[in-house]
Ligand binder design. Structure first.
Ligand code: MG
Length: 250
């Protein structure tokens, strides 16, 4: 009897291995495994060069003008300097925001801190990308510029230092590729916090970090807000430059 049971166990084990029956364990509630009726993913033509926008991206800045941006200070046209294919934070012009609103998204943005260093810590090439005007991924010249870790480049400001410091020297163009999921509210109650994943110069620095609340508040808190809101770039009185900004809604 024991031998029979052992043989049966071996047979079942080998059968599963041979036929891939273990796939049945991965059957989702909606679709069978390898279901031919499952909708095909959309075809999205990638850019010819890495970092350039794919075909379904919304171009927020192509180096020519600030037509997608508005001044938070005046509510009118954004007044940052545009030249040589980049925009530059212009002192006292204030923060700027996209005219369009976004929730869950993939953002590509390139930035450069000033080549000439004339300050340190938080005053060296400080700017920031604020999702929904509330949740900041910090921009700072963090190349041999020691400051509090949750305030350096690629930190979720005041909450999460980057996993590593992937900063390039001042003046060099750097990239952020960010996947942001907005918080979800039911009436005034938070039911799902926001999350953010950041690649800094291609290196993972925020790994699906669960945002604790608005980075503008201390302590951080969530206050209910609309599902989509503009993306904001910060004027922190240092002439940080931006170029090649595009976004995909998720
Ligand atoms: Mg900042």
């Amino acid at each position: 009897m024991k031998t029979k049971l052992l043989k049966l166990a071996i047979y079942v084990t080998f059968s599963i291995a041979a036929t891939g029956c273990t796939d049945s364990l991965r059957t989702s509630s909606t679709w069978q495994v390898h279901d031919a009726n499952r909708p095909q993913p959309w075809i999205v033509t990638p850019a010819q060069q890495p970092g350039h926008p794919p075909i379904d991206a919304i171009i927020l800045f192509d180096g020519k003008n600030l037509s997608h941006w508005t001044s938070d200070k005046t509510g009118g046209p954004a007044k940052w300097k545009v030249e040589n294919g980049y925009m530059e934070v212009t002192k006292k012009a204030g923060d700027i925001s996209t005219k369009e609103s976004f929730g869950d998204c993939q953002l590509h943005i390139e930035w450069a801190s000033p080549e000439n260093i004339y300050d340190d810590k938080q005053d060296r090439g400080n700017s920031g990308v604020f999702f929904m005007g509330r949740y900041e991924v910090q921009i700072l010249d963090s190349y041999y510029n020691k400051t509090y870790p949750d305030g350096q480049a690629a930190a979720v400001y005041g909450q999460s230092p980057p996993l590593v410091n992937a900063s390039l020297p001042p003046g060099q163009w750097q990239t952020y590729d960010i996947i942001f999921h907005s918080p979800k509210f039911k009436k005034d109650k938070l039911i799902k916090p926001a999350t953010v994943t950041v690649l800094h110069n291609g290196i993972l620095v925020q790994d699906h970090w669960q945002i604790k609340g608005s980075t503008r508040e201390d302590p951080t808190i969530y206050e209910a807000h609309p599902e989509k809101l503009p993306i904001q770039l910060q004027d922190h009185s240092t002439p940080v430059r931006y170029r090649n900004i595009w976004i995909r809604e998720l």
